[in-house]
Write a protein that binds this ligand. Structure first.
Ligand code: CTP
Ligand code: K
Ligand code: MG
Length: 181
């Protein structure tokens, strides 16, 4: 694959993992997953990780994966490229994995004394990528190895933090998010 093709392929393949956290920002609220419980004097996860946000985020990412699969032939034809499609397992793995990675990061933030909303550079930008890739690998192993070849993985790891900074900056400026990370 050419470089441009690899970048387009990688970003398309990751779209179902990019949407969940943003959907959760819009949909979040209600009961926190940790039910207010603490561990070592600090919240297990904090009020920023809710059942509603997690559910709606996962549903949004999965729905997007199925929609992308529907439009893939026409988009590929229009671009003169070849783009990946998503099985339900692949879409669900990416979407739920993105949410799990973000939840795991909040767990680590609380254990290291960071309050809700505190920045953890590096972790903030890659938590959902690692979660999404690991879950997709477990949920749809053969789809994963066909879709995420080594060059594609390199693009994902380099491009995602950039995209994350940009989208969160926009969400902050629009007043949707309390912090720009
Ligand atoms: N959100 C949610 N459920 C999730 C993830 C996010 O409801 N599983 C919502 C919450 O309203 C949260 C907002 O999206 O406040 C922003 O998400 P994020 O930045 O991940 O959470 P923070 O509030 O910054 O908390 P933390 O420090 O734990 O990341
Ligand atoms: K986060
Ligand atoms: Mg935050």
């Amino acid at each position: 694959m050419e470089t441009v093709e690899t970048v387009v392929w990688a970003l398309w393949a990751m779209l179902p993992a990019y949407i969940p956290n943003n959907a959760a920002v819009l949909a979040g609220g209600g009961r926190p997953i940790d039910g207010g419980r603490t561990w070592g004097g600090r919240r297990v996860l904090g009020d920023g990780k809710t059942w509603r946000g997690t559910l709606i985020g996962t549903a949004a990412g999965t729905a997007l994966a199925l929609a992308l699969t529907q439009v893939e032939p026409s988009v590929s034809a229009a671009l003169g490229a070849d783009l990946p499609t998503f099985s339900l397992r692949a879409g669900l793995g990416l979407a739920f994995g993105a949410m799990l990675g973000d939840i795991g990061a909040s767990f680590l933030k609380r254990r290291t004394g960071r309050e809700r909303g505190a920045a953890f550079p590096g972790l903030d930008q890659l938590d959902f990528v690692v979660g999404a890739l690991l879950c997709a690998l477990m949920a749809a192993p053969s789809w994963f190895t066909e879709t995420f070849t080594l060059p594609v993985l390199v693009v994902v790891v380099v491009a995602t933090p950039v995209l994350h900074v940009v989208t969160n900056g926009i969400a902050y400026l629009l007043g949707l998010k309390n912090e720009p990370w």
